[in-house]
Design a binder for this molecule. Structure first.
Ligand SMILES: [Zn+2]
Length: 449
């Protein structure tokens, strides 16, 4: 009988781009399938320059930005590539959470291959697909799993455990093979509102005495950024709003529901309304039923949440229900200190109409830039300087800190540890001799040492 193996087809020495293949005899399953956020992809494809929709696999394979696997890709996606179409030879794809670096290449996968997601992730992916012209996931045989209920695929058994991350409905997995269990963390943190979920997953992983641990390491190695909890962010935003008597503007990741809720609660406590984009209002409507009643604010039902209507020539149909009562720039300017506006950086031209008084607060509630010569960061500061807005950095990471990661590796006690989703896998070496630095495309045996 052949030994089961795990192969890393992405996420090696890069943040994001996880693509993990687990094989046990004839049974093959994948965990996550997304593009990387790190420079490799961006050496060739950037905002304005993307693979052709007519031949996406060909255009990504040209630079080795996708794995060469047969029996995985959709026939249409393979147009003009040097991989021939074959009926599915991968028997399932599990998606840990709805961030692009884990799910963004799903559209390339054969629609006959079942895609396993949590019910919340299914809703998030559908909402993103419906509202964002550039993020499409394709048609699939979607299968929704339940927390901690095993899914059997041939010899393999997968148990999904909820974990806490900067998007709701994130999962880690225990993967039981014929030679023992490996645990895959997905992306996770221990300092957010669902920290107890993360702890329960890590305890369950340790209890199985796993032969392997696949752990994300976004914050492994040098990390000069401040380490706040979600509660710290709330306290910081409270203090900023307390001191300000003008319009306040905040910038978050679009699907960071915890942060948007924090901003909503801070705004309410300060006697302000939170103004969001139609896209955020739609997202809230889609996921609110999956949370305890009243947890996720929704437009028209929750007091103090309104939609900001940007200046545009045309709108989409899904936006229409939100636009009737939406506030435009003039109304927001008139309300001033009654509002906290969540504004994406790409919508900064709205500031030209909004014209917050000089000194008005701008809350950057996202990660600090990775490098000092970050172009987007420079542009952001040029705008803030132009309008004289006061910059405040206020963010809790979606990822566990470097020291936490080392503690987790030790506590899990896995025979082999594979750090992925990190630019500094070697930083894990401090956690002991079980750590292996994975190489792209190598099949590692899953076995008792
Ligand atoms: Zn990620």
């Amino acid at each position: 009988m052949t030994t089961p193996t795990v192969t890393f087809l992405g996420g090696v020495r890069e943040i994001g781009g996880n693509k993990i293949l687990v094989e046990d005899g004839p049974d093959r399953i994948l965990f996550d399938f997304g593009p990387s956020f790190s420079p490799r992809l961006e050496q060739f494809y950037v905002d304005f320059l993307q693979p052709r929709t007519a031949s996406p696999v060909q255009d990504l394979l040209e630079f080795d930005l996708l794995p060469r696997i047969e029996g995985l890709y959709a026939r249409e996606a393979l147009t003009d590539s040097d991989i021939a179409y074959r009926a599915p030879e991968v028997h399932g794809v599990f998606i840990s959470h709805a961030h692009a670096d884990h799910a963004g290449y799903l559209k390339l996968i054969d629609p006959e291959i079942p895609v396993h997601v949590g019910p919340g992730t299914r809703r998030l992916l559908a909402a993103i697909d419906a509202t964002s012209p550039s993020m499409k996931y394709g048609d699939h045989r979607w299968t929704t799993f339940e927390d901690r209920v095993p899914i059997r695929i041939g010899r393999l058994e997968v148990v999904p455990y909820p974990v806490d991350h900067s998007i709701p409905f994130a999962y880690g997995f225990l993967i039981r093979t014929s030679e023992g269990t490996i645990a895959y963390t997905g992306d996770f943190r221990q300092h957010g509102p669902r920290a107890a979920d993360t702890h329960a997953f890590l305890e369950a992983a340790a209890a199985e005495k796993p032969v392997g641990l696949i752990i994300e390491g976004t914050r492994a190695g040098p990390d000069p950024r401040r380490d706040l909890s979600e509660g710290d962010v709330r306290g910081g935003v409270d203090r900023i709003l307390e001191k300000s008597d003008s319009l306040a503007v905040a910038c978050t990741y679009p699907r960071d529901v915890d942060r948007l809720r924090t901003l909503y609660e801070a705004a309410r406590a300060a006697g302000r309304d939170l103004l969001v984009s139609p896209r955020t209002a739609y997202l809230f409507d889609q996921i609110a039923p999956l949370f305890p009643a009243g947890t996720v604010p929704t437009v028209g039902r929750t007091p103090g949440l309104s939609v900001y209507a940007r200046k545009r020539r045309r709108t989409f149909r899904w936006e229409e229900p939100y636009l009737a009562e939406a506030l435009g720039a003039e109304a927001v300017r008139a309300r001033g200190r009654g509002c906290l506006l969540a504004l994406d950086q790409m919508h900064f031209p709205e500031l030209i109409d909004l014209r917050p008084p000089a000194g008005s607060p701008f809350i950057h509630s996202m990660s600090e830039p990775f490098s000092e010569d970050d172009v987007e960061d420079q542009v952001l500061h040029n705008w803030l300087e132009h309008f004289g807005l006061a910059f405040h950095q206020m963010h809790a990471s979606g990822h566990a800190s470097g020291p936490e990661l080392l503690d987790i590796v030790r506590a899990t006690g896995a025979a082999r540890v594979y750090p992925i989703h990190t630019e500094h896998p070697e930083a894990f070496r401090k956690a002991g001799s079980a750590v292996r630095l994975p190489e792209l495309g190598t099949a590692y045996p899953i076995e008792r040492p």
